[in-house]
Ligand binder design. Structure first.
Ligand code: 4GX
Length: 252
């Protein structure tokens, strides 16, 4: 997997990818990652990357030429990316499904916007798609680029050790994760649920499924519409919705 990131804050990207499983994957060469300083692609004395907006108004807009030159350089020196992404609140929502799609694209370039955004022509000139990591406003595209690189990288074989299973991750199954516990068995007066100490593997599995379903039903019920549930999970969900309904009834 190859990533190229274009930014005016290269140190921010480097720092964000230096640690953890992704940092190790970059160090070991499983992930080939390069960060490009946008100012290296300016041609004026002041190395300007922004200019005033046509039509007036507050804020600045990123000039198109340095961004186009940066993508040209990536194409010449690193190959043609299968996807060029501009991180922006106007983009299509980044989800686990999008992460899976991008993990199948062997080379991804990300352009990080600052200020009010980029000259609109950049999108068509470099063949970029806009992607949003969520409905809130960041002060720049760098954190969004890091989110995308992180979520995609951990889907590449060898990045996450097989101790932690990527397939069992909550969102690849379409459900929220269950609670987790470790020693001690009691902490601050709070006990670990008995079933987890019981050694009954079948019961532990069932408990975990039920907890994941209960949380999803409570916090993100819309996820259940598209979750891939097995027969046991369907039955557990029916139990949970039935007990919710009877609670509501008894309140009348
Ligand atoms: N998910 N921002 C980008 C500047 C900008 C605006 C438009 C390109 C086009 C964000 C998000 C996000 C704030 C990053 C505006 N660049 N990016 N920036 N939410 O809020 O991705």
């Amino acid at each position: 997997m190859r990533f190229d990131i274009v930014t005016i804050f290269p140190a921010m990207i480097a720092a964000g990818l230096a640690e953890g499983v992704v940092g190790r994957a970059i160090a070991s060469g499983i992930i080939d990652f390069q960060v490009h300083d946008l100012r290296d692609f300016t041609i004026d004395r002041h190395r300007s990357v922004d200019d005033v907006p046509y039509g007036g108004g507050p804020g600045m807009v990123m000039k198109p030429e340095p961004l186009v030159a940066a993508v040209d350089r990536i194409r010449q020196t690193r190959g043609n990316p299968g996807a060029v992404i501009v991180t922006s609140p106007q983009g299509r929502e980044f989800t686990q499904r999008q992460a899976e799609r991008l993990a199948g694209v062997r080379h991804v370039a990300v352009l990080c916007g600052r200020y009010e955004g980029m000259d609109e022509r950049v999108l068509s000139l470099v063949g970029a798609e806009e992607v949003s990591i969520g409905d809130y406003v960041l002060s720049g595209g760098e954190l969004a680029a890091l989110v995308i690189v992180d979520a995609v990288s951990r889907l590449i074989p060898g990045v996450v050790g097989d101790g932690q299973s990527v397939e069992e991750d909550s969102f690849s199954r379409g459900l929220l994760d269950r609670p987790h516990y470790t020693r001690p068995a009691e902490c601050g007066g709070l006990k670990v649920p008995d079933v987890l100490l019981s050694g009954h593997h079948a019961e532990v599995r069932r408990w975990r499924k039920k907890e994941a379903l209960a949380r999803t039903l409570e916090r993100r019920p819309e996820l259940l519409e598209s979750a891939a549930l097995d027969d046991e999970e369907r039955a557990l969900l029916d139990e949970l919705t039935a007990s919710e309904k009877s609670k509501l009834e008894s309140r009348k």
